[in-house]
Design a protein around this ligand. Structure first.
Ligand SMILES: Cc1ncc(COP(=O)(O)O)c(C=O)c1O
Length: 386
């Protein structure tokens, strides 16, 4: 290096001159990394995974075929705009294609929205038990997370609105919610939106929306159509059973989708993802079977768990939140271990502030029966017998 191009340390920002190792931005190391549901347990060779709210029926055969059909294209970059999928979603849902955002899972869309809207000193508002990805997205942008209490494990619109202040930029709710499974009816969503200042964006995360068949429910697409500050997200991971392909989408005001598209990684969705998603959208039979499975086994499992003396939060999603006693020998942690030892992997939700609960994804009939048999044994066993 010549003397004229010598680095002048005095002119650099302080973080570059302290000569220590590279330091992450403020707040990054305060973030608790997302803890996914466990996939197995020590010594268990064929675990039954009921810990990640995946589609227990698999995915559409048409989606599998479409995935396999593009195996010869693995050397190619995808169409970064996902034009074919975008058009397919637009006609399927009757929405404007240019207002759609495609993401590497809806998780990426939360992160992109946070990047677009949040900076140091801003905040997001969510429920006390809000889905973990929202807080990570906010904190990664030096924003604070304000949590409104959720009495009876439900979002309370007034408590949520009471948390909104002049630095709030985004309000996140999953509807139905994870990990509680509860939902906010259309009227309440409308009231929430009406109570927000126009500059605050309401993000309605519809990851489980298709499993909610209650007539008073909306995923919010209808409300978003004419609003400047509603973003509705959906995913191909749940109803369509394509979690491995990481594909989510959002319907946003044109100005928001324009902003997000400016910062989105250029190729954030994939050719196999687009192909499988288009086929999945067209496979109404698989969708109907997934919903019917839920409508059969969700109430069955809830009723059986109730029969064991366990408190089950009414769920509109593909899982149940179950409360366990505090008594030693009957706790949620012990139940999780008892089930895991029998190959049944469920989700502890202590990280969500629910140390006395487990979240159990609705399984196939034999899984559900195995869960009930195991928990019946757990609840009736002598403590000494464990
Ligand atoms: C409420 C909620 N939103 C979003 C997601 C993430 O979905 P995706 O797979 O599209 O990133 C999940 C996944 O479990 C979820 O529970």
């Amino acid at each position: 290096m010549s003397s004229t191009s010598t680095l002048n340390l005095d002119k650099l920002a302080p973080w570059a001159t302290d000569r220590g190792p590279p330091a992450p931005r403020p707040g990054i190391l305060d973030i608790s990394p997302y803890v996914p549901g466990k996939a197995g347990a020590p010594g268990i060779t064929a675990p039954i995974k009921l810990s990640a709210n995946e589609n227990i029926l698999g995915c559409s055969p048409a989606a599998k075929a479409a995935f396999a059909a593009v195996v010869g294209d693995l050397n190619l970059y995808p169409d970064g705009r996902g034009t074919a999928l975008r058009e397919c979603l637009a006609s399927h849902y009757g929405v404007e294609g240019e207002r759609l955002i495609l993401g590497c899972g809806s998780d990426e869309i939360f992160a992109l929205l946070a990047q677009v809207f949040l900076g140091a000193g801003d905040n997001i508002v969510q429920g006390e038990f809000g889905f973990g990805a929202y807080a990570i997205a906010a904190q990664a942008n030096e924003a604070r997370v304000k949590r409104a209490r959720e009495p009876n494990y439900r979002i309370d619109v007034d408590l949520l609105l009471a948390e909104v202040d002049e630095r709030t930029r985004l309000v996140f709710i999953a509807n139905p919610a994870n990990p509680t499974g509860t939902y906010l009816c259309a009227e309440e969503v409308r009231r929430l939106h009406a109570g927000l200042p126009p500059g605050v964006v309401l993000v309605l995360d519809g990851a489980y929306a298709e499993f909610n068949r209650n007539p008073d429910f909306t995923d919010g697409l209808d409300l978003a159509r004419d609003a400047d500050n509603i973003v509705v997200t959906h995913t191909f991971s749940k109803l369509h059973g394509l979690a491995a392909l990481r594909l989510g989408w959002a319907y946003a005001p044109a100005a928001i989708s324009d902003a997000v598209n400016r910062i989105r990684p250029p190729f954030n969705t994939s050719i196999p993802g687009h192909a499988a998603a288009i086929a999945a959208l067209g496979d109404e039979d698989f969708q109907a079977r997934s919903i019917a499975h839920m409508e059969t086994w969700r109430p069955w499992l809830a009723q059986q768990l109730g029969g064991l003396g366990l408190e089950v939060t009414p769920s509109a999603a593909n899982f149940l939140l179950v409360e366990f006693p505090r008594a030693p020998g009957r706790t949620a942690g012990e139940a999780e271990a008892f089930l895991a030892a029998r190959g049944l992997i469920v989700r502890g939700v202590g990280g969500y502030g629910l140390p006395h609960h487990l979240r159990i994804t609705i399984g196939l009939e034999e899984h559900n029966r195995a869960v009930i048999d195991a928990l019946a044994a757990f609840m009736s066993a002598d403590d000494a017998g464990r």
